[in-house]
Design a protein around this ligand. Sequence first.
Ligand SMILES: [Zn+2]
Length: 194
Amino acid sequence: MPKKKEPALGADYSSKMKSRYAEKVKTSAKKYSKAHRRENRVVVNMGEEAQQKSLKELGCQGHCLCGAVSFNIFGDLRQVVNCHCGQCLHTHGHYGAYSSVEKNKFKFVNDAGLKWFRSSNEARRGFCQECGASLFWERLGGSTISIAAGMLDLGQEVKTIGHIYCSDKPAYYEIADDLPQFPQSSKGKIDGSI
Ligand SMILES: [Zn+2]
């Protein structure tokens, strides 16, 4: 693959994202024609209208650093739980702070940059292959998706409520608050699904 010119830091990715979206809704591999362009334009416009309508019911929006992964949440978020496990340390560079929501209340706006990494037999982690953001943790077959709290543009009050996998915490930092700590999983005591 020829190396493409990288956009400058903070560049506007919206046209890139739009063209990716158009590619995704194309229904065949036919040569791109004016008719296809018209067809795509209609689909995109309908999507925008539907999006405007549903934005009124939004609980929250979120996105990665570059915008190649973005999503809407249409319900209440779970409070934030800090996970100190080795996997979170190695994917986030520090502990992981996660909220979560039922999958049926979560909808991607753009998943062009999304890549899933199967991090264990039980779970996978979602990241942006454009900017490297670590966004999601998901138990395979589970009904919820965990979202790294820093990805959220919070319109609702969400607070940190506790710490899990504290026995894996490295010595370079201390947990300085009085929130409940669990050596491993809280087994649903504070976080429901983890
Ligand atoms: Zn990104």
